[in-house]
Design a protein around this ligand. Structure first.
Ligand code: V47
Length: 364
């Protein structure tokens, strides 16, 4: 393999990866540009195995998308709808509690709660939603509200982001998912999601969360109009933020799904691109403990292969996720824990059921 990596012109990066030396933005760009996926994957696998050995994580979780009403209406999103339009919906607090109650018999440890930027729901709705979920299932970990939603909630509350996060935490919020990061580049945000919180704003919210002990994840939406340079800048900004706080757990590259979006003329991502994004992220984000191959977006089969290209996590059982589904996602809406275990085992990895914070729940 070393010969192959050298023949691909990546010998110097192999030396850096082996020596635990940090990659430069130029290195990151060369990895993105390399057509030699196996070499890039080999490099990523060195980092993956150094950090996570042969372990591959999954979680027994549930998604609740409480509302799709959104004032941002990003061009890449098929989920967000304008208030009052036929497909717009919002769940009442009682409906959210019912979603949790319905699945009390399953060993779910995490609920992933994400919605849009709703123009009317009051701040109390969000606090009550958290308290309500905890009432029905006290031991569940709520991973909820992207940094974009948190900034909106702070505005609603008329409080600082820090004060708002402290109140959300007291109401039951356990950690923050990685959504809303998109691509930090102001050019991309202007062209695709002009109304959304800026990249700097997103990073500020994440860092503030970390400062009060809330862990979070980070994403990058790739495969639309971003350049490779903009991808590297995005990864670089995340790596710098992580140097400051150490509060990120997982990076999740999100493959753009064009169907039903304002950018539907763009082709879907390919398997090469999906694996490349996982592998480059694993090499570049040397201070992120985990990289997730999110099966809902790249399909269970590719997420399985991704376990040899840098990923150490497959996310979880999910069920009822709407963001990908609305944008033409073809994956099933749920995988059982048995299916996840089989996928991981057949990839030659050791399946580990984890909780949100990567504590081991069960090994197989
Ligand atoms: O922020 C929106 C993305 C994100 C599309 O933290 C799209 O563990 C592809 O962030 N095609 C929400 N992506 C989902 C998310 C997430 C999912 C699973 C786990 C975690 C985690 C985070 O989905 C949005 C946006 O970047 N998105 N539309 C689309 N058409």
């Amino acid at each position: 393999m070393d010969m192959m990596v050298k023949a691909a012109g990546l010998g110097d990066i192999l030396d850096k990866v082996r020596g635990g030396e940090r990659l430069t933005p130029e290195d990151g760009l060369r990895l993105y540009k390399s057509p030699d996926l196996l070499s890039v994957g080999y490099l990523a696998n060195i980092v993956r195995e150094r950090l996570n050995g042969n372990r591959a994580y999954f979680i027994y979780n549930q998604h609740v998308n409480y509302s799709n009403v959104c004032t941002n209406l990003c061009k890449f999103c098929a989920f967000g709808k304008e208030k009052g339009t036929p497909q717009a919906y919002e769940m009442s607090g009682a409906e959210v509690r019912e979603k949790i109650r319905e699945r009390l018999a399953e060993p779910i440890t995490e609920v992933h709660v994400v919605g849009g930027i709703h123009p009317e729901l009051p701040y109390s709705y969000y606090l009550e939603m958290l308290r309500g979920i905890k009432e029905v299932r006290p031991e569940i970990h709520i991973q909820g509200f992207t940094c974009v939603e948190i900034a909106h909630l702070a505005e609603l509350a008329g409080k600082s982001v820090k004060e708002t996060l402290l109140e959300l935490k007291a109401a039951g919020l356990g950690s923050i998912p990685g959504g809303g990061a998109e691509v930090f580049s102001p050019r991309i945000r202007k062209l695709t999601c002009e109304k959304k919180l800026s990249g700097e704003g997103w990073l500020e919210v994440a860092k503030t969360a970390h400062s009060i002990g809330l862990k979070s994840n980070a994403t990058m939406l790739y495969g639309h109009i971003e350049t490779l340079e903009e991808r590297v800048e995005h990864l670089d900004a995340l790596r710098s933020a992580q140097d400051e706080t150490g509060g990120f757990m997982t990076f999740i590259p999100l493959a753009f799904h064009p169907k039903n979006t304002a950018m539907h003329d763009i082709s879907k991502t390919t398997g090469m691109e999906d694996l490349k994004n996982i592998a480059v992220a694993r090499c570049y984000l040397d201070n992120f403990p985990h990289i997730k191959g999110y099966w809902v977006m790249i399909g269970p089969k590719l997420a399985q292969v991704a376990l040899s290209f840098g990923a150490d996590d497959m996310d979880g059982t999910v069920k009822e996720e709407r963001i990908t589904q609305m944008a033409g996602g073809e994956s099933a809406q749920a995988l059982s824990d048995k299916e996840l275990i089989r996928l991981i085992r057949e990839a030659g990895r050791e399946p580990i059921e984890r909780d949100t914070l990567y504590n081991v729940i069960k090994t197989y």
